[in-house]
Design a protein around this ligand. Structure first.
Ligand code: ATP
Ligand code: MG
Ligand code: MG
Ligand code: MG
Length: 469
């Protein structure tokens, strides 16, 4: 069997052989990029190279990039435990051309790697192209020999990539693997494309235009290539599995979770094991890259991830902190490829343990309250905003943790009610403030309070809920 570690190496070696510089993954906290919460794709560290602002001594590069998609534009937090293909932390394998090769060679390299080096069955592969991208469609016919029926033209923004409102952009072409008709889901472009039968493995982006302003798009003098393939999705199919969580790397973490909780990895706690395995990875890698749990910004996303995992540990019957006990299993799997995990061992272990110890103190009580409330609710009902707010304010339950708990029971939360409860509490705090009579100081105090939170669990706002911070 090719392990996930072998597959990563095969990928990087292939592109190194084809003239690409092997570049290390950049940290999860993007450097000099306040617009982005976490690195969420391989191209992030090369943004300025694509725009020409920065020059490197190579024109072709390949990476295995650590990515977190748990906030901002790409947020897969709610998919974890529910789809076979999403993680909050994953590795994106990529190859990049900075004004060097373009479409034809990008398609040829991708096709050769997956069908020859990795030996994937051609008959299970299909691709999408942007609807007017005849050049790409022709290349897939000519180079890969794909029939028209396996080249799906997509007219939506799914197949048109843009760096932002302005800047480089262009059509993309995605490669899908058909896991067979036993799994529900339709091909890309069909109404049930979000099922897990046809799984997108690789996205090839053809940067060929520059969006100058809202109405003007000009061709780039030197078009570029940016690709991204999920290591875990590739590993799943190469290991004869459908589900990312059955890949050796994740399976080892699921088994560690099962051992630590003394439960069956495939029994009734299956979903919880998946969430724990996934969140252990994102939390550990975020801490290794300098993020610590806090009440705002990146730190609050980390805290939300950790607390979600902790609720699942609780569901498995763990009364003592357990996440930190799984960390050695993660180091065994990924410590060689990512030595920062080994370097930050003590910090990660202590942070996981401390956060879980602190949250335990209110988690049990909060869950009891939640149980009492849900017992009264009919199916499809929404939890009162006041209750969700109490869980947040008194028991430290991030709103999305409550939503995650309720989703499993087919229930929701009245988020408007939650927002007004929050607003009311803020207004009351203002009223109760006797103050010094110094208007300027008071304003400052309230600004600080709103920014930092009055108690440990404040500092939440609707934008954070949506991960827009
Ligand atoms: P999907 O449509 O399945 O959510 P995507 O189109 O959002 O994927 P891209 O932004 O194109 O994904 O990222 C490039 C590749 O990274 C994808 O083809 C996939 O293999 C992988 N990938 C994306 N998101 C995730 C995730 N949350 N977990 C694991 N792999 C992912
Ligand atoms: Mg996605
Ligand atoms: Mg997609
Ligand atoms: Mg995609």
């Amino acid at each position: 069997m090719q392990t996930a570690n072998d597959i990563r190496t095969t990928f990087l070696d292939f592109f190194a052989r084809n003239g690409h510089a092997v570049v290390a993954s950049s940290p999860l906290v993007p450097r000099n990029d306040p617009t982005l919460m976490f690195t969420n794709a391989g191209m992030v560290q090369f943004k300025n190279v694509f725009t020409g602002v920065e020059k490197r001594d190579y024109v072709r590069a390949t990476t295995s990039q650590k990515c977190v998609r748990a906030g901002g534009k790409h947020n897969d937090l709610d998919n974890v435990g529910y789809t076979a293909r999403h993680h909050t932390f994953f590795e994106m394998l990529g190859n990049f051309s900075f004004g060097d090769y373009f479409k034809d060679l990008a398609i040829e390299l991708a096709w050769n790697l997956i069908t020859k080096d990795f030996g994937i069955d051609k008959n299970r592969l299909l691709v999408t192209v942007y609807h007017d991208d005849d050049q790409a469609a022709d290349a897939w016919k000519k180079i890969a020999g794909l029939p028209e029926s396996r080249i799906i033209r997509i007219p939506t923004s799914d197949n048109f990539w843009a760096m932002g409102d302005t800047g480089p952009c262009g059509p993309c072409s995605e490669i899908f693997y058909d896991h067979g008709d036993k799994i529900p889901g339709g091909p890309p472009g069909s109404p049930d494309q979000d099922g897990d039968r046809f799984i997108e493995i690789w996205n090839l982006v053809f940067m060929q235009f520059e969006q100058v302003d809202k109405d003007t798009r000009v061709p780039l003098p030197k078009p570029s290539i940016d690709t991204g393939m999920g290591l875990e999705r590739l590993a799943a199919l190469l290991q004869g599995k459908h589900d990312n969580y059955d890949v050796d790397l994740l399976r080892a973490l699921i088994e560690a979770s099962a051992d630590a909780s003394n439960t069956d990895p495939d029994g009734p706690h299956k979903v919880s094991h998946r969430v724990v395995a996934d969140h252990l990875r994102s939390a550990s890698f975020l801490i290794a890259d300098g993020v610590l749990p806090s009440n705002e910004g990146r730190g609050y996303v980390l805290r939300r991830i950790m607390r979600r995992a902790m609720r699942h540990a609780h569901l498995m019957g763990c009364t003592d902190p357990m996440l930190y006990k799984l960390f050695p299993a993660l180091v065994r799997q990924m410590g060689e490829a990512y030595p920062e995990l080994v370097r930050a061992n003590a910090l990660i272990t202590e942070t996981l343990k401390l956060e879980e110890t602190r949250f335990k103190a209110t988690l049990d009580k909060g869950l009891k309250l939640l149980e009492e409330e849900t017992a009264k609710m009919g199916s499809g009902a929404k939890l009162a905003g006041e209750v969700a707010f109490k869980l947040y304010d008194t028991y430290g339950f991030p709103l999305d943790l409550t939503q995650d708990a309720l989703k499993a029971k087919g229930l929701g939360v009245d988020t408007d009610g939650f927002a007004s409860a929050m607003e009311r509490q803020r207004a009351e705090a203002r009223k109760a403030w006797s103050g010094s009579g110094d208007a300027a100081t008071e304003t400052l105090w309230f600004e600080l309070r709103d920014k930092l939170g009055a108690s440990e669990f404040l500092g939440y706002d609707a934008e954070q809920a949506e991960g827009k911070i």
